[in-house]
Design a protein around this ligand. Structure first.
Ligand code: NAP
Length: 247
């Protein structure tokens, strides 16, 4: 168990019947915003673990992850039952490269998330670095239903803190919602609806970070290539940095 640290549940926030966030107190090693961890529970004498991005930033006192309860799943129904004071295993060392130092400079930074992938961007936005490096930041959150537009209070706070820098775009695909688009993310970009709303043209000075549904990542990368943008790789820097969330 040397890679694991016991943590304590501080809060289990239920946003919808199956969408929730866990706040955990645990002493882990220093990490960077944008990284992910594994959390686990002993189930039938076996440590069952899953990967989750941190929605908390490294300077936050508590660790925070967003999860979906899959009722016939193995770990998530157990997470869903957890209460303040319960114990959970957290990987001591966070991992992953979806960090800002992997993203080249640019004028504007687009953060595109579906579902629970919003969390990784909140982690990044709670740190000072993106605001220092980019003139404008466009956070796009695509969800199925309106009640999955979570962390509205935090996003409002960020908008107040960075009124001239943050543009927040909501897109709800399976119902009509107020102050929201009704497009899947690649469609909103192809139609230039998101660019018009943000009043930002997509060009070589735009940087994109994509996290969430793998099909969204594939289709959005294709849409962005029609604006002349290419994948960002260490060996050949580009404009599209992706995190494969689940396979
Ligand atoms: P999701 O299914 O990826 O949906 C999030 C957003 O991504 C929706 O707006 C969806 O649009 C869009 N999307 C789906 N495919 C796309 C594509 N090819 N290109 C662009 N956009 C695309 O994410 P989720 O609702 O967070 O669910 C994630 C997983 O957890 C799914 O396997 C789901 O069955 C499971 N789950 C979710 C919930 C929940 O409360 N959300 C509960 C239990 C289980 P569309 O609406 O048009 O598909």
């Amino acid at each position: 168990m040397e890679d694991w640290q016991e943590g304590e549940i501080i809060e289990n926030i239920k946003w919808t019947s199956n969408l929730a966030s866990l706040k955990i107190k645990a002493n882990i090693m220093p990490h960077q915003a944008g990284q992910f961890t594994r959390i686990g529970l002993m189930i039938n004498d076996e440590l069952v673990t899953r990967s989750y991005s941190y929605a908390s930033s490294p300077q936050d006192e508590l660790l925070e992850i967003i999860y979906i309860n899959i009722p016939n799943g193995v770990l998530s129904p157990k997470l869903h039952q957890m209460k303040k004071g319960d114990k959970i295993q957290v990987m001591k060392q966070a991992i992953g490269y979806f960090t800002l130092d992997e993203v080249p400079d640019g004028e504007n930074l687009w953060m595109l998330a579906t579902g629970t992938a919003l969390g990784v961007f909140l982690s990044l936005l709670k740190t000072p670095l993106p605001w220092k490096r980019f003139e404008q930041i466009v956070l796009v959150h695509g969800v199925r239903y309106q009640n999955e537009l979570i962390y509205q209070d935090l996003i409002e706070e960020l908008k107040k803190q960075y009124p001239n820098q943050l543009i927040y775009i909501r897109s709800v695909t399976r119902e009509k919602a107020v102050n929201s688009f009704n497009y899947r993310i690649p469609r909103g970009i192809e139609l230039k609806e998101f660019q018009n709303y943000a009043n930002i043209e997509i060009n070589g000075s735009s940087q994109f970070m994509l996290c969430g549904n793998p099909e969204m990542i594939k289709e959005t990368s294709a849409a962005l290539s029609s604006f002349g943008l290419k994948k960002n790789r260490r060996a050949s820097p580009g404009n599209i940095t992706v995190e494969r969330y689940w396979t």
